[in-house]
Design a protein around this ligand. Structure first.
Ligand code: F6P
Length: 504
């Protein structure tokens, strides 16, 4: 597939001396023509550094790579995760499945799990429990944490807290503020073998006053039972859902507790609306396709090494953390599905933070640094608070940054010169609701998948994270002084750790 991308360099060279300001001045209609809408989600790509000719090549690549067919395969439940022999049917969790027998069966399982979630929430609501502690990591944490932080309202029936890091300070700090008699715990792990989650789950199990208030979400019912949580308090997961795509499943139990089941379902409906858009909309009007092609352009045409994501809404400040796993665990590969080394660059480093805070930290480098950093700016039009002056300032800053990065400003003083020509995409939500946030997250999921198709890599495995886990389990006995490390540098470091431990 990557041979299709070879032509991008020629377009990038052709456009190298044409600034974004010139591109827009010579084609003012692109402000309109490079924008798309899907319900409450608006996207504007006019400040990307492609012209219509380069874009035609990108859409030609999309056609030749059969992105439309790839969406059918994904939502139809085909084995898109070849290295593990699995489907990736997160769309079935939200009703966005295509009508294959496998996808329909998955959908039926998802619906029955949602019914059980509703029953468990109703039963918990009838108790004195006020707080929920959710234990999980990676895909079993980041999605729920993002959505709860974005959408939980004050005065909700349950307050939801998260423990992920194996550092015991994480558990200590969360539990310190809670009453074990009024708290329930959820241990979330697709495999139920993740070291961090089992250790933190054990802390919460021992801390709870009443361990009948401990719940689990997992594919592995046996390991859950061995941990001491019975089937009636266990919600299912399936191997046809990837961990980082799982917030729509019972992994979203903390979301449903924080928001209520009705708003959780609105989140699913929003994602399903984006599924339908990504599946049925022709390539030229398809936001997921535009987003994916833009990512490919910036990486393989402009060779940008990093990509920023900059939500201008404090409620979305965890979005960069969430996207780091979604994008980089999915696309951080250098081998194609056929086992051959890839000959182009794949995922850039994704990073970011919420505006306007970040304007006062790293934006200096975005404006005047030597690296061009393409950015996704995300804004929300409805304020949902009474501070109208703040909201106007927020939106003015959002618009100002995208404009200033693109256009720059000349000066005779080189220190005060802004080179501009820095590309960005603007995504706007009419309001931040479960529905619109579901759409936004699903947009990124599908963009990631379509990028993986264009690069010919598997977006759904993550073997890269295994080696570090294996080495850590080998080193645990060495840390206890029960064995020797084989690596000389590690031996020296262990000696430092042991000498400090003895000194204390
Ligand atoms: O970091 C690796 C990983 O396997 C992620 O893909 C996953 O989301 C996370 O660990 C947690 O895994 P589990 O849900 O099985 O505990």
């Amino acid at each position: 597939m990557t041979h299709l991308l070879a032509g991008l360099d020629a377009h990038a060279q052709r456009l190298a001396s044409t600034s974004l300001a010139q591109l827009i001045a010579s084609d003012p209609a692109r402000a309109q023509d490079f924008s798309l809408r899907c319900g409450p989600l608006y996207a504007n790509f006019a400040r990307q550094r492609y012209d219509r000719v380069a874009q035609a090549t990108l859409f030609d690549i999309a056609k030749q790579a059969d992105l439309a067919g790839a969406m059918q395969q994904l939502l139809g439940g085909e084995t898109v995760n070849g290295t593990e022999g699995r489907a990736a049917l997160h769309s079935a969790l939200r009703g966005g499945a295509v009508g294959s027998a496998f996808a329909l069966a998955a959908r039926a399982q998802a619906v029955s799990a949602q019914l059980r979630m509703r029953e468990l929430i109703d039963a918990l609501a009838a108790t004195e429990v006020t707080d929920i502690v959710s234990v999980g990591i990676g895909g079993s944490d980041l999605g729920p944490r993002l959505i709860v932080d974005a959408l939980a309202q004050t005065g909700a029936r349950f307050r939801v807290h998260f423990i992920s890091n194996v550092d015991g300070n994480a558990a200590r700090r969360v539990l310190a503020g809670l009453d074990p008699a009024k708290t329930a715990g959820i241990v979330i792990s697709k495999t139920f073998s993740t070291q961090e989650t089992l250790l933190n789950g054990s802390i919460v199990r021992a801390w709870l006053a009443n361990d009948t208030r401990l719940y689990a979400v997992s594919t592995n019912a046996q390991r859950v039972a061995d941990f001491g949580i019975p089937p009636e308090r266990t919600l299912p997961m399936w191997d046809w859902v990837g961990g980082r795509y799982s917030l729509w499943s019972a992994v979203g139990f903390p979301i449903a507790l924080a928001l209520g089941m009705d708003r959780f379902e609105q989140l699913l409906e929003g994602a399903a609306a984006l599924d339908a858009h990504a599946l049925h909309t022709p390539l030229h009007a398809n936001i997921a396709v535009w987003h994916a092609l833009t990512a490919i352009w910036n990486r393989n045409g402009l060779h940008a090494a990093t990509q920023a994501v900059l939500p201008y809404d404090d409620r979305l400040k965890l979005l960069p953390n969430y996207l780091q796993q979604l994008v980089m665990e999915s696309l951080g590969k250098s081998v194609q599905v056929d086992g051959n080394a890839i000959t182009t660059e794949t995922v850039p480093v994704w990073w970011g933070g919420a505006g306007t805070d970040t304007q006062h930290s790293f934006f200096q480098a975005l404006h005047q640094g030597t690296q061009i950093v393409p950015a996704d700016f995300i804004g929300v039009l409805k304020a949902d608070h009474p501070h109208a002056a703040n909201h106007a300032a927020l939106l003015a800053n959002l618009l100002a940054q995208t404009e200033a990065l693109a256009n720059g400003q000349d000066s005779e003083d080189p220190h005060r010169r802004y080179p501009g020509n820095r590309p960005s995409t603007l995504l706007l939500l009419d309001a931040l609701t479960p529905h619109s946030l579901g759409m936004l997250v699903a947009l990124y999921e599908h963009s990631v998948y379509l990028q993986s198709v264009l690069w010919g890599i598997n977006a759904f495995d993550q073997f890269g994270v295994e080696l570090g886990k294996q080495v850590a389990s080998r080193l645990l006995p060495a840390l206890h002084g029960e064995s020797q490390a084989s690596d000389v540098v590690t031996q020296a470091l262990l000696a430092v750790i042991h000498s400090q431990a003895n000194a204390n």
